[in-house]
Design a protein around this ligand. Sequence first.
Ligand SMILES: Nc1ncnc2c1ncn2[C@@H]1O[C@H](COP(=O)(O)OP(=O)(O)OP(=O)(O)O)[C@@H](O)[C@H]1O
Length: 381
Amino acid sequence: MKEIRFENVWKSYGKTHVVKGLNLTIHPGERLVLLGPSGCGKSTTLRMIAGLEEITSGDLYLNGVKANDIPSGKRNVAMVFQNYALYPHMNVVENITYGLKVQKVHKDEIQKRLNAVLEMLQLKGYENRLPKDLSGGQRQRVALARAVVKKSDFFLLDEPLSNLDAQLRVSARKELVKIHEMYKQTIVYVTHDQIEAMTIGDRIALMNQGQLQMVDTPENVYNRPANIFTAKFIGSPPTNIVDMDYYDGKVMIGKQSFLLHPMWIRQINECNAKTFVFGIRPEHLEIYKTPQENTLKGTVKYVENQGSSYSIYINLEGHEVIAMSEKKNWHPGEMVYLKPKMDRIHIFDQESTQSIGYPQELDLNESSPMNHKINVETYLS
Ligand SMILES: Nc1ncnc2c1ncn2[C@@H]1O[C@H](COP(=O)(O)OP(=O)(O)OP(=O)(O)O)[C@@H](O)[C@H]1O
């Protein structure tokens, strides 16, 4: 079955609660990424699955069996750590096969698994090298290989790529996906890197301060963030979040306002929130040099080169917001006109910080995060 289930799990050190009431089911064979800022409890959660941390209260089920008290060695898990934790005095082959020998796996079977994994992770030719004579990328592949040969139901990885440079990370991510397609283990992958989370995860579980914020596909986490924290954490530069008032079909920001599409007016009327916060991603905030219909006026503060585009930092009624542009010709002090793409806005309940939800008409899930399918601009003309 290969399922992992947390039921109201708490982990506390004295009076410090580092995981708070976790309810989460990780489906058989999926790649779930635990994402969140430093110290939010990701590693602790992973270590509880591995049996390396005791659970303070609540229940953990592995394959439907309560596992709170099952010792680590009997949990059928393989784990890869950030620092690889290779045995320094053993060569590549010894590192990879040590665990299997301890488990008394037959030597023909060990050889078979070893050959397969050396091939898959491009370690042929390095069999007799000690870890100190390998590059960071090769060490990381040995650590992956050592975990893979165990053929465990659960494959747990704690920031396994963080010591690699950007290029090696990309190829290592591909290798990991390849391994998963071959062995179909249930993978739990800890990272604080949202790009890694987006590319590796079937689903992302975003944590903050010991609490789960949202669990969903990368597309939904990007397109329909459940709360302000998620909207700000996912995406770079982060989502613009601005206090707003709602009045007569309009979003009021300071002294300015813009008209909402009827689908959003309905959404607001049907929700229970009384006060609101407005959100728009920089890539969904159109920027113009001349006045347009239904735009907000702001002043450019400064421009940052992002390589393929520019981030324009703008003063909007005393709030700093960011818009993106492919062009460089924006200048500090210049007046600009901003138009939020109506099918890309986010509205949150100010009190709970949760999203008020998304109009039924919006169907962004099938599109890539940068595309938007429906054209709602026409209602303004
Ligand atoms: N043995 C311990 N005693 C007290 N506090 C601890 C202990 N181990 C971890 N913590 C605290 O628990 C919190 C969660 O730690 P954890 O390592 O799970 O975070 P993380 O999200 O994996 O962070 P990072 O990305 O920095 O590794 C942190 O604030 C940490 O300081």
